[in-house]
Structure formats: structure tokens, C-alpha cells
Ligand binder design. Structure first.
Ligand code: PLP
Length: 397
């Protein structure tokens, strides 16, 4: 079958392949603890589910405006204003089915073939895929262990130039749990201003912060005009399967992105948006207790990983992942890299983790190896998964 040429540039999320493999093995009766998936194990809070049911009962089953229902645009604007300290109005908000379409639509709306786009590496693999898909040049921004997985600032500053059309940031970060400090954000903001670059700030883990308060690049002077501030319901309200996301951006861009919504999915389901409105404006107690549970899991995982021979783990400060250095563990196990580590852990250890390569190619000069551990599972299973890793490594000592 012959596909359009552009399809050659489209990547994917390898995490889904690992998930499929784990599900296949489980269906065959294998006992595998999955620490791979980034989907909160919590159910969507009941008041949000009831809101969707009520909306369906009221017949809210028709098309709605492409950029979203006015009430949710208003609520999202007020949430971004309140949490980021920068005033947003509803005409600067676009609602989409999940946060992912905003990544895609922003690249389609703003980036030309040949432009350069910086993206965090290791990072959410969709960034690089989308950059390539629109014919632009992906420029990795290394996240480094020596800076607790904030960006390698000197290298990033050297990479930003007049060809840089967009800089993608993701703090708190998937997969490392790293958080960018205010000074790093300020430095990137200044460079973006100097070189007239857009910033796409993917802050879908903005509520998942275990220390300090969330800092957004949009707070710096002149940044609101050049920033797409991406957030969504998937992680914050354990609503991954509902598909609901939103972003704040300059109104003229919101119009263009709305047009892309019209051309692709028409709109985001009306009753889902009604439920999303209740999520943002209703009781946040369930969100707070979910985050407290993630913090307890973070502490547990971080300690257990650092007690494992051959593994050293920086303390994740946000999101719900750990990114332990497994270089020495690979040596002990006699495997070449974290991909083989991942395979061996699934087949011999009975535990699924995701290798470095699920989150992009290695950066120049990157010699250490890492895996991602997700906390989106109970404390018992998290402890059991890490115990399995440890016992397999200890067998090879
Ligand atoms: N951005 C990051 C960093 C993510 O990790 C994810 C999901 O894993 C998304 C965006 C997409 O979220 P959504 O489910 O809202 O499309």
C-alpha cells in the first residue's frame, strides 16, 4: 500500500506498544506488574461522572462551537488566570478532545517546513513526531541529571537562533519528573523574545508538584503574546479516556486553531465539556487527595529505587514518574542498554518499565541510561514492581 510521503515522518508512542505487549502476556496468564503506563489508576471523581450523566439526560448531545462551549472557555480562562497569575479571557481559550490535538494544531498553524523547533529530550515522543510531520527540524533540548532534569541551559541557549520558530517546554516533565526553575524559565523567555520564537508550554502536569509552587513561563513580560499554554483534564482529574484538553493563546491564533478543529473533529463532545466545567469549578478535594497519594508513591518509589543495586534515582519533583539511572544495573545484568533492560525485566522479572528510547533518541554525549517508572499504580504494586527489579538484579551480582 502506498501512503502519502508525509506519513514517513510521523512517529508514534512506543509506550503503547509496550502496553500491548504486557496485555498480551497477561492474557496468556503471565504475572506482570506494569509500571509503564502514564494513565492515573484513579477513577474520575463521582461528581464529574454525574455531571456527564446529567448532561446526557438533558439532551446535550449536539454539535457546539469549535473552540468550545462559552462556559468552559470562561472557566478555563479563569483557572489559567488564577493559577498562572496572567489574565486570560475566553476568546483566548480553545477546547479540544485531549491536550494532544493542541500540539498538533499549534505546529500546523505556526510552523513552516524548514523551521527549527526545540523540544525536551527525553520527552513526550509526540513532540518530535509532530515537528517532523510538518516538515520542520526537531532540535533536542537535553534534560540532564546534573540539573535534576531541567534543561542543559548553556546548550539550549546555543541552540536558539532566528530560525527557531517554537520552543516546547514541559514542566513538570514526562518522563523525568523534573521541574524547571524560575531562572531557567526566565532565560528561555528572554531568548524566545530576542529571537521572536513561540513557546508551547505543555503544563498538563502543572497540578502534580510535590515541592514548591508551579511556575509558568507565561508569567514573564511579553510572554503571553508568544505562548501557547497547554493544560487539560486527563491527568488533573483522572479523565484520560474522556478526551478533554484546552490551551490559552493569543486570540487570533485561537481563531486559527478553532478553524483546524472545525476542519478535523468539528468540536469536542458537548456533555464531556459540561463535565469538564464541573471539574474545574467544583470541589477539588479529590484532586488534592490524588496528588497526596502520588506524593506518597513518589517517596516510596524513590527510596526503594535508591536501595536497589546499580540504580540511582534523582528525586522527582513533579508529574508522576521517576527516571532512575540504570547504567550500572544494565552492566550487572549483562545487557547492552535500557531497551534490553526493559525486555529482560518484562520477560524474566515480571515487571514492565519503559526504556530511554521510548522518549527520544539519546542526546549528543549522553552516555548514561535510564528507564521510566510510572506511579500510576497502587503503592503495593509499585513496591512489588521495584522489588522484582531488585531481586532480578541481585541474582546477577
Ligand atoms: N503532554 C504530556 C507531557 C503528556 O504526558 C500527555 C499524555 O501522556 C499529553 C500531553 C497528552 O494528554 P491528553 O491525554 O490530554 O491528550
Amino acid at each position: 500500500m502506498k501512503f502519502a510521503q508525509r506519513m514517513e515522518n510521523l512517529g508514534t508512542e512506543k509506550a503503547f506498544e509496550v502496553l500491548a505487549e504486557v496485555q498480551k502476556l497477561k492474557a496468556q496468564g503471565r504475572d506482570i506488574v506494569s509500571l509503564g503506563i502514564g494513565d492515573p489508576d484513579f477513577d474520575t471523581p463521582p461528581h464529574i461522572r454525574s455531571a456527564a450523566a446529567r448532561s446526557l439526560e438533558r439532551g446535550r448531545t449536539h454539535y457546539n462551537p469549535s473552540a468550545g462551549i462559552p462556559e468552559l472557555r470562561e472557566a478555563a480562562a479563569s483557572y489559567l488566570t488564577h493559577t498562572r497569575g496572567v489574565i486570560y479571557s475566553p476568546d483566548e481559550i480553545v477546547i479540544t478532545p485531549g491536550a494532544k490535538p493542541i500540539l498538533f494544531f499549534s505546529a500546523l498553524a505556526l510552523v513552516n517546513p524548514g523551521d527549527e523547533v526545540l523540544y525536551p529530550n527525553p520527552g513526550f515522543p509526540i513532540y518530535e513526531s509532530v515537528i517532523r510531520f510538518v516538515g520542520a527540524r526537531p532540535v533536542p533540548m537535553p534534560l540532564v541529571e546534573s540539573r535534576e532534569f531541567s534543561i542543559d541551559l548553556d546548550r539550549v541557549m546555543d541552540s536558539i537562533n532566528d530560525r527557531t520558530k517554537m520552543i516546547i517546554l514541559n514542566s513538570p516533565n514526562n518522563p523525568t519528573g523534573g521541574v524547571m526553575c524560575r531562572d531557567d524559565l526566565r532565560a528561555v523567555a528572554e531568548a524566545a523574545g530576542r529571537h521572536n520564537s513561540w513557546v508551547l508550554a505543555d503544563e498538563v502536569y502543572g497540578e502534580f508538584l510535590f515541592e514548591g509552587s508551579h511556575e509558568s513561563i507565561v508569567q514573564f513580560d511579553g510572554m503571553k503574546e508568544r505562548t501557547i499554554l497547554l493544560d487539560g483534564h486527563s491527568k488533573t482529574f483522572a479523565m484520560t479516556g474522556w478526551r478533554l484538553g484546552y490551551a490559552g493563546m493569543p486570540a487570533p491564533l485561537a481563531q486559527k486553531i478553532g478553524q483546524l478543529v472545525t476542519n478535523s473533529v468539528s468540536c469536542t463532545a458537548t456533555f464531556i465539556q459540561d463535565a469538564g466545567l464541573v471539574a474545574l469549578t467544583g470541589d477539588w478535594e479529590s484532586v488534592r487527595s490524588m496528588i497526596a497519594e502520588f506524593k506518597a508513591r513518589r517517596d516510596l518509589a524513590w527510596e526503594a529505587l535508591n536501595e536497589t543495586p546499580g540504580i540511582a534515582c534523582v528525586k522527582p519533583r513533579g508529574a508522576f514518574y521517576a527516571w532512575p539511572n540504570v547504567t550500572e544495573a544494565c552492566r550487572i545484568l549483562g545487557v547492552k542498554n535500557s531497551e534490553e533492560f526493559q525486555d529482560m525485566m518484562i520477560s524474566e522479572g515480571g515487571v514492565a518499565v519503559l526504556s530511554r528510547s521510548c522518549f527520544g533518541p539519546r542526546n549528543e554525549g549522553e552516555t548514561d541510561d535510564y528507564v521510566r517508572i510510572s506511579f500510576a499504580t497502587s503503592r503495593e504494586l509499585l513496591a512489588e514492581g521495584i522489588r522484582r527489579m531488585r531481586s532480578l538484579i541481585e541474582k546477577h551480582l
